[in-house]
Design a binder for this molecule. Structure first.
Ligand code: ZN
Length: 120
């Protein structure tokens, strides 16, 4: 399963960053996932428990923040947020956009351990 390999690599990354905090317990891991990253959030959450088993992350919570797609429209001269991923045109003026600014992310936002906050 695609999502399982994603969360497995997240667990590995977090475990790696925990080396600086011996004995720390992970409470929560927050992910930033773009709307176009083609992952199913529910599957990520479901696989999290499996991937975290037997690691310092066992029992932690996975929080997924889905980021909307933001494109830069040259006609409007600004960044606009797409309402869905069905249409690849600027929602303001209807022109095809030139550049995607946000929407394909798949990264660790932050990790919460015992009390401190860790930025990977
Ligand atoms: Zn536009």
């Amino acid at each position: 399963m695609h999502e399982l390999s994603i969360v497995t690599s997240v667990v590995e990354t977090v475990t790696e960053s925990l080396k600086a905090y011996p004995g720390a317990r992970v409470l929560e891991v927050r992910l930033r996932v773009g709307a176009l990253a083609s992952v199913v959030v529910e599957s990520l959450e479901f696989c999290w428990e499996i991937a975290a088993q037997g690691t310092p992350l066992e029992g932690s919570k996975l929080v997924v923040n889905v980021l909307p797609v933001v494109v830069h429209c040259e006609a409007c001269g600004q960044d606009v947020e797409l309402e869905g991923i069905q249409s690849f045109r600027c929602p303001r003026c209807g022109e095809p956009y030139h550049e995607m600014r946000q929407g394909r992310e798949l990264e660790i936002d932050s990790i919460e351990i015992d009390e401190a906050e860790v930025k990977p």
